[in-house]
Write a protein that binds this ligand. Structure first.
Ligand code: NAD
Length: 281
């Protein structure tokens, strides 16, 4: 019995790994891909034979190790561009550099994001400005630079990593919730503008995923609410998610690969929730 189920699981894994989304040789920029969700999505694309432009902050030796490992593991070209997502010129230059280096740009994933948790009356103005710049305005600049390239190619996929907080709010996250609601508006508008050019623009709205961004919030939430970190995990974070489980990188990658493949051609201007039922409530 045990042997049978082992074989079945092994077989399912092999089948999952064998799925070919027809992306071989394409080129993707993934912003904020030195960590967390961005790194996982870049890796899933690289596994499909997509050449990658990594972006994000971090220690240079660690970033170089990440870049080299991804290239070696999947046999694709992986470049790193250190554009700061608060700097419009650097964002536009990153998109131009990708096109210059690879000759095309097929997929843009606007993923970079930061968080700050505080009551509105204490919310630092510079944190508001930073979150709006990184979580919303950077996607405008990257999309503005990418669309002419994609229109000339007659194909392209733009994916904005929004959040369940693009659809519903939580207290103490005014800037984040405003930016994520904003990015859904941007997604719809761009989707309408590019629809006849073989391009789509969609948003993925994850629930809680266990990344450094969420781990950092646990302490902040505990302070803002005056409760323990254990209570934040139990009563705040996973309380929102009916499955009582974090969303995984594999679950997000599955949605991403569908959306960027030919099968996703009619999904446009839409927000795809992967939140264990959070926003169904
Ligand atoms: P993370 O902290 O692990 O990664 C964030 C990435 O953004 C890092 O690579 C970081 O270097 C980069 N970044 C931050 N500021 C930057 C800047 N100025 N310029 C360039 N890069 C910058 O976080 P994550 O959880 O992987 O979040 C990724 C995205 O997913 C964010 O947009 C976040 O809002 C969204 N999201 C996360 C969750 C979650 O539960 N983790 C849920 C929903 C949505």
């Amino acid at each position: 019995m045990l042997r049978c189920s082992t074989i079945r699981v092994f077989h399912q894994e092999r089948v999952a790994m064998a799925v070919d989304f027809g992306l071989q040789g394409q080129v993707a920029i993934v912003t904020g891909s030195t960590s967390g969700i961005g790194h996982a999505l870049a890796d899933a694309l690289a596994e499909q034979g997509v050449n990658i432009v990594l972006n994000g902050l971090g220690e240079m030796n660690a970033i170089e190790r990440t870049r080299a490992e991804m290239a070696e593991k999947h046999g694709v070209e992986v470049l790193y561009n250190g554009a700061d997502m608060t700097k419009p010129d650097q964002i536009a230059d990153m998109v131009k550099a990708a096109k210059a280096e690879f000759g095309e740009l097929d997929i843009l994933i606007n993923n970079a994001g930061v968080q700050h948790v505080a009551p509105i009356e204490d919310f630092p103005t510079e944190k508001w400005d930073q979150i709006i710049a990184i979580n919303l305005t950077s996607a405008f600049h990257a999309t503005k630079a990418a669309v002419p390239i994609m229109k000339a190619q007659g194909r392209g996929r733009i994916i904005n990593i929004a959040s369940a907080h693009g659809l519903v709010a939580s207290p103490f996250k005014s800037a984040y919730v405003a930016a994520k609601h904003g990015i859904l508006g941007l997604t719809k508008t761009v989707g309408l503008e590019v629809a006849t050019f073989g391009i789509t623009c969609n948003a993925i709205c994850p629930g809680f995923v266990k990344t450094p961004l969420v781990e950092a919030q646990i302490a902040d939430q505990a302070k803002a609410r005056g409760i323990s970190e254990e209570a934040v995990m139990r009563d705040v974070i996973l309380a929102s998610q009916p499955t009582k489980a974090f969303v995984t990188f594999e679950q997000l990658s599955g949605m991403l690969l569908y959306l960027v493949s030919d099968a996703g051609a009619s999904a446009n201007g839409a927000a795809f929730s992967i939140d264990g039922g959070w926003t169904a409530q």
